[in-house]
Design a protein around this ligand. Sequence first.
Ligand code: NAG
Ligand code: NAG
Ligand code: NAG
Ligand code: NAG
Ligand code: NAG
Ligand code: NAG
Length: 381
Amino acid sequence: MLFKRLALTSGLLGLASARYALILPPGLFTGPITADYITPSLDQSDLDAPKLSHANASTFDWWTFDAIAAETPNASVAVTFSNAGPQGYPLPFPNNTSHINPNGTDNGGSGAEALWAHVWATFEDGSRFRTSQVVSTARVSGSGDSSLAIWHGGGGWMGSEEGYEVELDIDRAASAPGEEALRVSGRISLEKITPPHSRCSVPNNFSTALGLGDQGLGWVSVLPDALASVDIQINGRSLRFDGYGSHDKIWSSHPFTTTTKSLTRGRAHLGLFSLSWLSYTPAAGNPTNAALVSSFLARDGETVNAGCADGSVTITPTREQTEGGLVSGFQVTVPGARVSVATDIEEGESGGRHVRWNGRARGDILGADEEGVAIFERFEY
Ligand SMILES: *[C@@H]1O[C@H](CO)[C@@H](O)[C@H](O)[C@H]1NC(C)=O
Ligand SMILES: *[C@@H]1O[C@H](CO)[C@@H](O)[C@H](O)[C@H]1NC(C)=O
Ligand SMILES: *[C@@H]1O[C@H](CO)[C@@H](O)[C@H](O)[C@H]1NC(C)=O
Ligand SMILES: *[C@@H]1O[C@H](CO)[C@@H](O)[C@H](O)[C@H]1NC(C)=O
Ligand SMILES: *[C@@H]1O[C@H](CO)[C@@H](O)[C@H](O)[C@H]1NC(C)=O
Ligand SMILES: *[C@@H]1O[C@H](CO)[C@@H](O)[C@H](O)[C@H]1NC(C)=O
């Protein structure tokens, strides 16, 4: 079990050698907080460190892990561990908690909960599952290239130089008549392929500036691409596959939905290539309406092209007639690659303002025709 190993490793690490060891409280802080948008180093513990001094009602701090199957791209999983408040929060919370009240005050839930685990899963046959689970406490610690976290009642992760072991552990009793109990368990193993990437990182030069523009949105792709091995059970149904995974982190000291016009981020693995893209348009203070972009392309784990030049990333919706029928998707163009990603699975939530996709990828990378899989999402307000 991960948590036995976590406990053991935490013990071995000891408080003396840990760079940080924090208990995140279950309730929201009242008042102003501070956020870090610059990382002191590219050590995994620094990239994965909580970026907010506290979570208040209008801030959020996310750790996201995902994976898509290499052979059957309908199968995917994503997990976001979050420390956040309800104002401008982009993901759905379950009904009848304080998060339904945009003020974050108690309306019959257990209070202003801060700690959540969100899980999305899609199966080979196209069926989907998603849940949001409130958790009671969280612990995070980090030292050098290791980071450990437990969201009690949600899951956690253990990161090292080799990658991540993510564990899911949700056990929810039915709380209302007609509601089903929920048990989600299992693990996602991510074995590192590529080094960390931030918006304006270029090959062999990681940029420690993690802010996107001056609106106060932080982003870092701690692990842009990894070999993934997934073995999860959702109420007895198994989701097992080998494929590709990644881990990134997003946070802000501002409400997300009111400061964002759109945010799209995605990634694909084709042949030996790892590709990722991001396009962010803030809601205000952006007279030209220009998107802030970032791209990353690696071959066999070595970065070959990366950067953030204006206009260097384009993402265009497409509908293509193929031998297998009409395929909807997007064409993603970044320096070095022009790739079509199919929206084989589409899942919308929050009234369609958040959409997740996964599917096949195909295109031209550095002059070669490559095929693979992609997983991507968009927030739009
Ligand atoms: C949360 O902190 C931010 C940043 O200090 C501040 O602007 C905001 O007003 C705070 N929100 C609440 C609800 O206290
Ligand atoms: C919350 O309630 C609304 C309306 O009753 C319903 O459509 C929605 O599916 C519910 N969400 C969850 C997560 O149960
Ligand atoms: C939420 O609360 C309302 C009223 O208190 C109730 O009618 C509804 O069934 C509850 N929904 C869930 C998902 O518990
Ligand atoms: C939420 O805040 C708004 C504006 O500050 C206020 O008008 C409303 O009464 C508050 N609602 C609750 C349930 O506290
Ligand atoms: C993949 O999912 C789609 C639904 O989005 C479904 O139509 C298709 O049959 C699924 N593919 C397989 C191999 O089951
Ligand atoms: C790395 O990038 C920073 C700014 O992004 C620049 O100041 C520095 O000179 C670069 N270092 C190398 C070795 O290219």
